[in-house]
Ligand binder design. Structure first.
Ligand code: PLP
Length: 392
């Protein structure tokens, strides 16, 4: 008998994305006729705005169907650089921008070219579940910087200072945050910058993919605009998925110091090559166009976030500080005595509610519910949650 194929150590250590798995499971159960309410998806339920779809369709019809430059169409790289300079206050030129298959590939490429064995990634926790996997795929280790709801899930400057070692290579900042909805203020970022000035070997990646999704009273600040003196070690990851409702288009970007962006671009040229060429023209229309559509969707998310937040806060035993951005709530449900995986399994089996266990984001006391769903679905989900919790 031939010897069975063994997977690489890298593949054996990899955990598939639990959020994608739960969303897929909810869809499958629904297709089998089960009455399922899903608040698991991290995906706007709006259609991509018409002018963006039209631009991509026209690019397709006019022959943008061939290989393009691996780093992205020059007009799109320029438009993203212009957006970063004008909208985020981060002076950027087009050779500092790499167009990627979503924010996820931007992170993947960056981690691959920057990190290796012996390097440590500093990761504020709770965290988006792909960061540790992407760091470990690059051979790096992860040091968690835990925070909890009572501290508003914020990274404290003294905590960061104490965590840094000579091996610390990259700090991950994600604001607005998935899963907590925490938004770092200018003062938070200034305090973080003061720490990093004392530790010149630590670079930062700022995942700004939820930049437009902010509760009233909160603003998005790009770290590179707050601390321009650190620009030679700050990377920005962003994309079209959340703000422009373009999840399936798979377009994001990496921006930052030229030499590293060039290395990430070389990696992309040897792995996936360019992002779908005609889709990039849709992205070009989006980033160069007016922000009305983005603002209108963000307003809807604000109403839904409030609906979800108030509904959760009204359930006895559920503890939640109002999220400040993104489209998630991350309540502490530990008063019910189950771990987050067991509770989510129970919710799916007993009341057909799909939500994501907090353990996937580094906090087993919590569950993540998404408000990227219609108000009717959010109310339905809240009702199911309350019914199930009442039996415990
Ligand atoms: N960063 C965060 C914090 C996210 O929540 C997501 C998607 O859920 C991504 C990056 C990746 O987005 P994209 O669909 O552009 O790959």
């Amino acid at each position: 008998m031939p010897a069975p194929l063994t997977l690489s150590a890298r593949a054996q250590a990899l955990q598939p994305s639990l959020t994608l798995a739960i969303a897929a499971k909810a869809k499958q159960l629904r297709s089998e006729g089960r009455d399922i309410c899903s608040l698991s998806a991290g995906e706007p339920d709006f259609d991509t705005p018409a002018f963006i779809r039209t631009a991509a369709a026209e690019a397709l019809e006019s022959g943008h169907t061939r290989y393009g430059p691996a780093a992205g169409e020059p007009e799109l790289r320029q438009a993203i650089a212009t957006k970063l300079s004008a909208e985020n206050g981060v002076s950027t030129s087009s050779d500092q921008v790499l167009v990627t298959n979503g924010g996820k590939q931007a992170l993947y490429n960056l981690f691959q070219v920057l990190l290796g064995p012996g390097d440590e990634v500093l990761l504020p926790s709770p965290y988006w579940l792909s960061y540790p996997e992407l760091a470990q795929l690059a051979g790096a280790s992860v040091k968690l910087l835990p925070s909890d709801a009572s501290a508003g899930f914020r990274l404290r400057a003294e905590q960061l200072d104490a965590a840094i070692t000579p091996a610390s290579k990259l700090l991950v900042l994600n604001s607005p945050s998935n899963p907590t909805g925490m938004v770092l203020s200018r003062a938070d970022l200034e305090a973080i910058a003061a720490v990093l000035r004392r530790h010149p070997h630590v670079a930062v990646v700022c995942d700004e993919i939820y930049e437009f999704l902010l509760a009233p009273g909160h603003s998005h600040h790009s770290f590179a605009a707050v601390a321009p003196d650190l620009a030679d070690r700050i990377f920005i990851v962003n994309g079209f998925a959340k703000g422009w409702a373009m999840t399936g288009w798979r377009i994001g970007w990496l921006a930052g110091p030229r030499a590293v962006v060039a290395a990430a671009s070389a990696l992309q040229s040897q792995s996936t090559s360019n992002v779908c060429s005609f889709a990039q023209y849709g992205a070009l229309a989006a980033v160069s166009g007016p922000r009305d559509c983005v603002i209108a969707m963000a307003e809807q998310f604000n109403q839904r976030r409030t609906l979800l937040t108030e509904g959760l806060q009204a359930i006895a035993g559920v503890t939640l500080r109002a999220p400040q951005g993104a489209f998630y709530a991350f309540p502490d449900v530990s008063a019910y005595g189950l771990d987050s995986m067991a509770l989510c399994r129970l919710l799916l089996e007993e009341v057909g509610l799909a939500v994501v266990p907090g353990v996937a984001f580094g906090d087993d006391r919590c569950i993540r519910l998404s408000c990227a769903a219609s108000p009717t679905t959010i109310n339905d989900g809240l009702g199911r949650l309350q019914r199930c919790l009442a039996t415990l």
